[in-house]
Design a protein around this ligand. Structure first.
Ligand code: SF4
Length: 470
C-alpha cells in the first residue's frame, strides 16, 4: 500500500521531555520527527513551577507552533502529541494534550492508541456524574485519574488497571512525567537519557533528531515515572508478553526507528529477502524490482539483494500533494493517485517488473499503480506484498474498523490479482513475517483475527461478519 489516499492511519504519536531546559522547544523537534504518525492536529503542554500551560491546534507541527507561541511554553518538563483521529472526531476539543486543572492535581495527558472498553467506561463515568468535553476516548483517562484515590502515582495505577486496549500514554504533572504502555505492548514507547533528564517517544527516530540515545522500551503494563530524583519503575498490571503491532514494522514507523529492539528498516529488508527466496523457487522471471514509495523501499531493496535483479526507481512520489487531496470518494481517490505517484517511463517501459508494496487495504491504489505502470509500457507487473493479507479489522488505533473496507476480507489472492490486473500477486505468510522479524512477539490480529484483548462492544462487528460468512 502506498502512502496514497487509501492508506492505513494510526492514531497518533507522543513525545515527552523531563528535566531538560526549554522542554517545549525540544518537544517541537520531537513531534516534528513523529509527524508521519498524525497530521490532523498537534499540541504541547509544559509545566513551569506548578503552572500548566499548553498550546494546540489543527494541522502540522510547523503550522501550529511559531516562535511567539513557543516562548510562552516555559518549564523543564513537557509532553506533546500529533494526532490522527480514529476514535473521536478531529474537532479541536480532541486535539491533545488534554488538560485537567483540579484543585489538588494539575496534569496533562497525551495518549496514542485506542481504548477498547472506552464505550463501557464512558457510560460508567457519565453515570457517576463525569461530563465529557470531546468525543476522544483519551478523556476517559482524565476522569478515571480524577476519581481515583491516593498519591498521584496510585491514581494513575488505578485508572489504567481499568482500561483495555492498545496505547502509549504520557502524563505531565508537578511530580514529573509518567510514561505508560498498554499491558500487551501493542503500541511502542521508549525513552532516552538526555543531558541530566530524559526524552520519551513513540518512536526512537525522534531521539536521533535531538542527538539522544535510545535507552529502553517502556515495558508492557509498566509505568515509568521520571521525576527530579531519577526514575521510578512501577506496574499497573503484571508483566505480560509483548504483542507489538506488526503494522508498526510493516508501514507506520519510520525506517530509522528501533522498536522493541528491532530496527524497522532491517525488518523490512528481511521481508523483501524472504519474498525473493520464494520467487526464486517458483522461477519467476523479471527484469527489475521497484518499491511503491516510500514505505516499501526497504523491502524492495531486500528483494533486489536476494534476487540479483536491479532495484530501480520506477515510481516517483510528488511530496507536495497536501492533505486536502485526501478525499473520501472513489473518483477523488483515483485522481489523487495520479497526482501523488508517477511512473518513470524510460525505467519501466518494456520491462517485466516486480512491484513491492507493503500492504493492501481497499485495493484501489494498488490497481491504479498497476495501471500506471502498464500505461508507461511495463510488459508485466508482479505484485509482491510485504505483509500477509489484511482480512480482519483493527480495534487498536488503526482506522480499519470494518470488514467492508478490506478487500482481502472479500476476495482471495487469485480474485484480487484479477481485480488489480496484475500478472501475479502474492502476500507473505504470517510465519514468514515472524521469521523475517525474528520475533513471535507480534500482534497479527488484522491478518488472522487473533486479538490479544477482549473486544467489548467491538466484538459484535466480528460476530456479524462471521455470521454472514457462514
Ligand atoms: S490488528 Fe493489525 S493494525 Fe491493529 S494492532 Fe494488531 S497488527 Fe496492528
Amino acid at each position: 500500500m502506498s502512502e496514497v489516499l487509501e492508506e492505513l492511519h494510526e492514531e497518533c504519536g507522543v513525545f515527552g521531555v523531563c528535566h531538560v531546559e526549554d522542554a517545549a522547544s525540544l518537544s517541537y523537534y520531537g513531534l516534528h520527527a513523529l509527524q508521519h504518525r498524525g497530521q490532523e492536529g498537534c499540541g504541547i503542554a509544559s509545566m513551569d513551577h506548578g503552572v500548566l500551560q499548553a498550546h494546540k491546534g489543527k494541522g502540522l507541527v510547523s503550522e501550529v507552533f511559531y516562535p511567539s507561541v513557543m516562548g510562552q511554553l516555559k518549564g523543564d518538563c513537557a509532553i506533546g502529541h500529533v494526532r490522527y483521529s480514529t476514535a473521536g472526531g478531529n474537532e479541536i476539543e480532541n486535539v491533545q494534550p488534554l488538560l485537567a486543572n483540579l484543585t489538588k492535581h494539575k496534569f496533562a495527558v497525551a495518549h496514542n492508541g485506542q481504548i477498547v472498553n472506552a464505550k463501557e467506561m464512558r457510560v460508567y463515568l457519565e453515570a457517576q456524574g463525569s461530563i465529557f468535553q470531546g468525543s476522544s476516548d483519551s478523556e476517559i483517562i482524565l476522569h478515571l485519574i480524577q476519581r481515583a484515590k491516593g498519591t498521584f502515582l496510585e491514581r494513575i495505577k488505578q485508572a489504567f488497571s481499568l482500561l483495555e486496549g492498545a496505547y502509549a500514554c504520557l502524563i505531565l504533572s508537578e511530580e514529573g512525567v509518567f510514561a505508560i504502555r498498554d499491558h500487551n505492548g501493542l503500541r511502542p514507547l521508549s525513552y532516552a537519557q538526555f543531558h541530566d533528564g530524559y526524552l520519551i517517544s513513540s518512536e526512537s527516530c525522534a531521539f536521533d533528531v535531538l542527538s539522544g540515545t535510545l535507552d529502553k522500551d517502556v515495558e508492557p503494563g509498566e509505568i515509568v515515572w521520571f521525576h527530579p530524583n531519577g526514575v521510578t519503575h512501577d506496574r499497573y498490571r503484571n508483566a505480560c508478553e509483548t504483542h507489538m503491532c506488526a503494522m508498526e514494522y510493516i508501514y507506520f514507523a519510520r525506517p530509522d526507528s528501533v522498536i522493541d529492539g528491532i530496527n524497522v528498516h532491517e525488518a523490512r529488508v528481511a521481508t523483501g529477502v524472504c519474498m525473493a527466496k520464494k520467487d526464486k523457487m517458483a522461477h519467476l522471471q523479471a527484469d527489475i524490482v521497484i518499491g511503491v514509495p516510500d514505505s516499501s523501499t526497504s523491502a524492495a531493496i531486500g528483494y533486489a539483494k536476494e534476487s540479483g535483479l536491479p532495484f530501480e526507481m520506477g515510481l516517483i512520489k510528488n511530496r507536495y500533494v497536501g492533505r486536502t487531496f485526501i478525499q473520501p470518494t472513489q473518483k477523488q481517490r483515483e485522481r489523487g493517485v495520479r497526482m501523488k505517484l508517477s511512473a518513470i517511463e524510460p525505467i519501466v517501459s518494456g520491462k517485466r517488473i516486480v512491484m513491492i508494496d507493503d500492504s493492501i487495504v481497499r485495493g484501489t491504489t494498488s490497481r491504479r499503480i498497476v495501471q500506471l505502470l502498464k500505461e508507461a509500457g511495463a510488459l508485466e507487473v508482479h505484485v509482491r506484498i510485504a505483509s500477509p493479507a489484511i482480512t480482519y479489522p483493527c480495534f487498536y488505533g488503526v482506522d480499519t474498523s470494518s470488514f467492508e473496507e478490506l478487500i482481502s476480507a472479500r476476495m482471495n489472492e487469485q480474485e484480487l490479482c484479477a481485480y488489480l490486473k496484475a500478472d501475479s500477486l502474492s502476500f507473505m505468510e504470517i510465519s514468514d513475517l515472524v521469521s523475517s522479524y525474528q520475533t513471535e512477539r507480534l500482534c497479527t490480529a488484522c491478518f488472522n483475527g487473533a486479538y490479544t484483548t477482549g473486544l467489548f462492544s467491538y466484538g459484535d462487528i466480528i460476530k456479524t461478519f462471521l455470521s454472514h460468512k457462514e
